[in-house]
Design a protein around this ligand. Structure first.
Ligand code: GLU
Length: 293
């Protein structure tokens, strides 16, 4: 052990926790405890329109019912926008961020003119139209300049060595959105650093964001944490469990049973009568170096 460990669970309050989100909460808690570390909870409510009123409180109650209690008062990203502004200002000062006046249609047209309708999930690879100036258009969003960056290599404790050329695979990504909302990538990097997070433990669906986050850490002279991406719970359609494919809120009739189900996904089989006993036994079984299946 030796070095201090700070981990976190960072739910977006778009609804109550479901079976998949409990796996991320439990995995990050177990890893923090097994390392003798701190465990924080951060409510990621920067995307206001997607948030559901009261979901933050429900999530905290659900965690509490499962015995997952943060070591410090939870934080809300909506209260931290001044820090995101500071991070953006510093990127602008370093010449790493630039304003963009493009609408989605401008971007689609430019991509089509170049003969590729390259869609990445639903995000388009930005073709760099405003990279060298707005040419009279009003600024809508701010983007990170990725030109000239080498492919980002990073290690995941479960998935192994990863590599992504952000410049060609993602492009100059958004830091401050056209609708005035802070982008997840910037908020998460600013907060992980401000909270001294040493270990990011989260669902595998987020692994694809990591290279972007590492680039931002480097641009802001921030340390890169260790990463562990956990297995996902799949819905009946084989997709990641989400509210869109009907994930039910966590069934907390028996919190121990909910922990057992989440533990099974993480390869931790423990039977106990109380949540406290279950959690203690699970920490003993958590493989520190080479976690879950
Ligand atoms: N707020 C993100 C989500 O709920 C998680 C962010 C993270 O763990 O980095 O999907």
């Amino acid at each position: 052990m030796g070095t201090a460990y700070t981990g976190r669970f960072a739910p977006s309050p778009t609804g109550p926790l479901h079976a998949g989100s409990l796996v991320a909460a439990l995995g990050s808690w177990l890893d923090a405890r097994a390392h003798g570390g701190r465990w924080l909870v951060r409510i990621e409510d920067v995307d206001g329109p997607r948030c559901v009123a009261g979901a933050d409180r429900v999530i905290l109650q659900q965690l509490h019912a499962c015995g997952l209690v943060p070591d410090e008062e939870p934080t809300w990203q909506s209260a931290r926008t001044a820090h995101y502004r500071q991070a953006l200002d510093s990127l602008v000062e370093k010449g790493r961020a630039y304003p963009c006046g493009c609408s989605r249609k401008d971007i689609e047209d430019a991509l089509a003119a170049r003969g590729h309708g390259h869609a990445r999930n639903t995000e388009l690879v930005y073709p760099g139209i405003c990279r060298s100036g707005l040419r009279g258009k009003p600024a809508r969003a701010w983007r990170l300049r990725t030109g000239g960056t080498a492919p980002v290599e990073w290690d995941d404790r479960r998935l192994g060595r990863q590599s992504q050329d952000v410049q060609s695979e993602v492009g100059d990504f958004v830091l401050l959105r056209a609708d005035g909302l802070w982008a997840y990538q910037l908020a998460v990097v600013a907060d992980d650093a401000a909270q001294g997070v040493t270990d990011v433990v989260r669902g595998e669906d987020l692994a694809d964001n990591t290279a972007r986050q590492v680039l931002l850490q480097r641009a802001l002279d921030l340390p890169t944490p260790r990463y562990l991406h956990l297995p996902l719970v799949l819905g009946a359609d084989g997709e990641k469990l989400s509210k869109q494919n009907g994930a039910a809120p966590l069934d907390l009739a028996s919190p121990v049973a909910a922990l057992e189900r989440a533990g099974a996904v993480l390869g931790v089989a423990v039977a106990s009568a109380s949540t406290a006993e279950w959690l203690n036994a699970a920490v003993q079984r958590w493989p520190q170096d080479k976690p879950p299946p």
